[in-house]
Design a binder for this molecule. Structure first.
Ligand code: 3HC
Length: 694
């Protein structure tokens, strides 16, 4: 694409209007950078031009650098040079912002002399989410605009702020209404009439002077970043760039920013995070769906079961502004469920996360229902009752009697057979698995599970519904455990072997925590409750020698104050328990296993390689469409560290031949051979990433 078609110039009297038109998000690809450079230089050189308005066509202002260019060598002109030229321009430049000004987009606005925006515009430097830092002056100009503390917060979290806050902070000069281009031209004309001032953020010192020498400010930012983004390099490196600019000079800060950017762009962490960025978007695309109508937003929902899951799911709808009816067979459970939801909202409000009025607005969207007949008006009905096929089938037979034609009927099961549940209705084509992750109002993943008879239109609507309630939906096939829990089970099997051979539960957990996961299988078991698995094992005639013994002692996890760990009263911190160690050692002895010391490297390998193997089987069987979908499931549903890109991306970084060899080495009698797909890719010297393009 030519620079002069992506960036055009027009004159409105004495104002040059430079327009970027690079759909879908006006990313700053090389031709856009070159076009901007040329257009601004031409306007400056034109004696008839008094000021320049910089605006964008389409749905948003510039949303950042073009991420697809990151794997290529840098191409001139580099953005920071273009922005230096814009800031140095001899005529005022006014950025006219709508949609989202993100990353390099916000940096372009910050290099402009003035910024006006529509009320709906949002602003952010989300680079850390891609494992990099702002690379075109953002770490230097943002603190000079909004102050160091706020800038550190925006840069280290990557979170956006809205136009009202941006105005209050001095990030923008005005919020305008109606026709943005016309308002920006009028603003520019006023600037010219008042003498053509060109305030340059690079020259503004007072906001950074406030922070100079205040090392505690940076120490606090580091502390928070380390806690929030454990293991990630980018937030800490961003703080370093800001600090250099504050304590030294704009030029020194810019040089530091540029050097750090170059290093991080080439880092494994950034590659992993960029992979997840694109994988998340790819997961929304379902190949092979027949022609289906473009799904419209759901206008109302019903959730059956007011337990922890049902309440959390109802909150997802209320949070997205969708009225939802919450139904429970037992009136006291319904009241309790509603009270829990209210408490959740109120505790968010107490932390300053929402206003008291907002709590009431959301609660008003959650209507208590009298019975299942109340699903009648809903566009989507989600069953979240006890995890038992017979109970769920009974509920679905009842839903079938009352739900309106065309409603999506979702079951929030984490393991059960969708087809068996769908068969309880006369419309299995409308039934689909909607597997939310706990806590449902927080975790972003939604596993959408297609049954044998689920219609394409139902799949399309379920995926759209997921996005509407701000989840990341990933389509899975129907099998025991779907994508995420099936891999979790593979890991759990090996964890059990490890503790019987010599590791202790807290050692296993620590290895995974240090790898970057929020917790390991034993702390997770205690959180979820050990009794659920115990009951399922009993139903299926299975055993798990140590876990069964803990359950027999009434150690169900956090809820009973003891499980794999013990818990002080009122605390959720797992404390290793010698009593558990004694049980583990005793079970090993009973099974005739000689315990030995097992190192962290072996523990990690033995826990993660079987997950990769199971992931390969999931791909072979078509349960997941692509390796990236599995990565998205693990990043958004289980807290896999984003800087390691998900288990399949991680496997590629380790090398599949090494993983295959590791699996063969740890194989026990009766274990299956490594997945054929893994064998094949390893033999060919390829990775899962090579499948993604196929
Ligand atoms: N570069 C390349 N492609 C991009 C892109 C970017 N910065 N941002 C979005 N896209 C692509 C997406 O991959 C998607 O492609 P597809 O249709 O082929 O799947 C398409 O644009 C639409 O994106 P979304 O589906 O995400 O559209 P939404 O409307 O839901 O969201 C958005 C729009 C809020 C702009 C969101 O796309 C987003 O957050 N984008 C990334 C923004 C970002 O991270 N910017 C910083 C980049 S790094 C940088 O600027 C470095 C600088 O400091 C030098």
């Amino acid at each position: 694409m030519q620079a002069d078609t992506l960036v055009t110039s027009a004159r409105d009297g004495d104002i040059a209007v430079v327009t970027v038109a690079n759909p879908p998000v006006n990313a700053l690809s090389q031709p856009v950078r070159a076009g901007l450079q040329r257009a601004v230089a031409a306007a400056v050189a034109d004696p008839a031009v008094g000021a320049i308005v910089l605006r964008c066509d389409g749905r948003t202002f510039i949303a950042g650098a073009d991420i697809t260019e990151f794997d290529k060598p840098p191409m001139a002109p580099v953005l920071s040079d273009v922005l230096m030229e814009i800031e140095a321009a001899a005529k005022p430049v006014v950025a006219a912002i709508h949609g989202t000004a993100l990353g390099g987009g916000l940096e372009t606005a910050l290099a402009s002399h003035w910024r006006v925006a529509l009320a709906g515009a949002r602003f952010g430097l989300p680079e850390v989410k891609l494992g990099i830092i702002p690379g075109a002056g953002g770490t230097q100009r943002l603190p000079r605009a909004v102050g160091v503390e706020k800038a550190l917060q925006m840069i280290t979290t990557g979170d956006m702020i809205d136009a009202r806050e941006a105005l209050a902070l001095g990030l923008i000069d005005a919020i305008v209404e109606g026709d943005l281009a016309a308002a920006a031209v009028a603003f520019a004309r006023r600037v010219v009439a008042e003498g053509g001032k060109r305030p340059r953020l690079s020259e503004r010192d007072e906001r950074v002077a406030d922070a100079r020498g205040r090392s505690e400010l940076f120490a606090e930012a580091r502390r928070q970043a380390t806690r929030r983004a454990r293991g990630q390099d980018a937030p800490l490196r961003a703080i370093e760039a800001v600090e250099a600019g504050v304590n030294e000079s704009f030029a020194a800060g810019l040089a530091r920013e540029r050097a750090i950017s170059a290093v991080l762009k080439a880092s494994d962490q950034s590659r992993a995070q960029r992979h997840l960025f694109f994988a998340e978007r790819e997961a929304g695309k379902i190949p092979g769906l027949g022609p289906v109508a473009r799904p419209v937003d759901v206008a109302s929902a019903a959730v059956i079961g007011a337990g922890t899951m049902g309440g959390g799911i109802a909150m997802c709808f209320a949070n997205a502004g969708v009225p939802v009816t919450l139904i429970d067979a037992a009136p006291e459970s319904l009241q309790r469920g509603l009270a829990v939801v209210r408490r959740n909202y109120e505790s968010t409000a107490a932390r300053g996360g929402m206003t008291a009025a907002e709590v009431e607005r959301r609660m008003a969207l959650i209507r208590p229902g009298a019975g299942i007949a109340d699903v009648a008006g809903a566009d989507v009905v989600i069953e979240a009752v006890f995890e038992n096929t017979a109970i769920k089938r009974a509920v679905f037979a009842e839903i079938d009697r009352h739900a309106k034609a065309g409603a999506v009927l979702g079951t929030n099961t984490s393991t059960l057979d969708i087809d068996a549940i769908a068969a309880a209705t006369g419309r299995p084509d409308s039934v689909i698995g909607l597997h939310f992750f706990s806590p449902a109002n927080v975790m972003r993943l939604l596993e959408v599970v297609r049954g044998a008879k689920t219609a394409d239109a139902t799949i399309a609507r379920a995926m759209a519904l997921g996005r509407q309630i701000r989840k990341v939906p990933v389509l899975a096939g129907n099998c025991d455990g779907f994508i995420g829990n099936r891999m979790l089970r593979a890991r759990g099997r090996e964890a059990e072997r490890l503790i019987l051979e010599g590791a202790l539960p807290h050692e296993v957990d620590r290895v995974l925590y240090e790898f970057g996961l929020p917790m390991g299988p034993y702390a997770m078991g205690d959180l979820a409750g050990l009794d659920i698995g115990w009951r399922i094992r009993q139903e299926r005639g299975l055993t798990s020698p140590v876990a069964d013994r803990l359950c027999a002692l009434g150690r169900f996890g956090q809820k009973t104050g003891a499980g794999w760990y013990r818990y002080e009263a009122g605390s959720r911190t797992p404390v290793p328990d010698p009593a558990v160690e004694a049980i583990v050692v005793e079970v090993s002895r009973e099974l005739g296993i000689a315990r030995r010391s097992i190192g962290a490297e072996e523990i990690l390998r033995r826990l993660l390689y079987p997950m990769v193997d199971e992931g390969a089987r999931i791909l072979e069987e078509g349960i997941a469409i692509r390796p990236g979908d599995i990565d998205v499931v693990w990043a958004y549903g289980y807290g896999w560290p984003v800087y390691r890109g998900g288990p399949m991306h991680w496997a590629d970084s380790v090398g599949l031949a090494r993983i295959r060899d590791g699996l063969l080495a740890m194989r026990r009698e009766g274990d299956p051979a490594p997945a054929a797909l893994l064998e094949r890719l390893a033999a060919e010297g390829r990775g899962f990433r090579d499948l993604a393009a196929a």
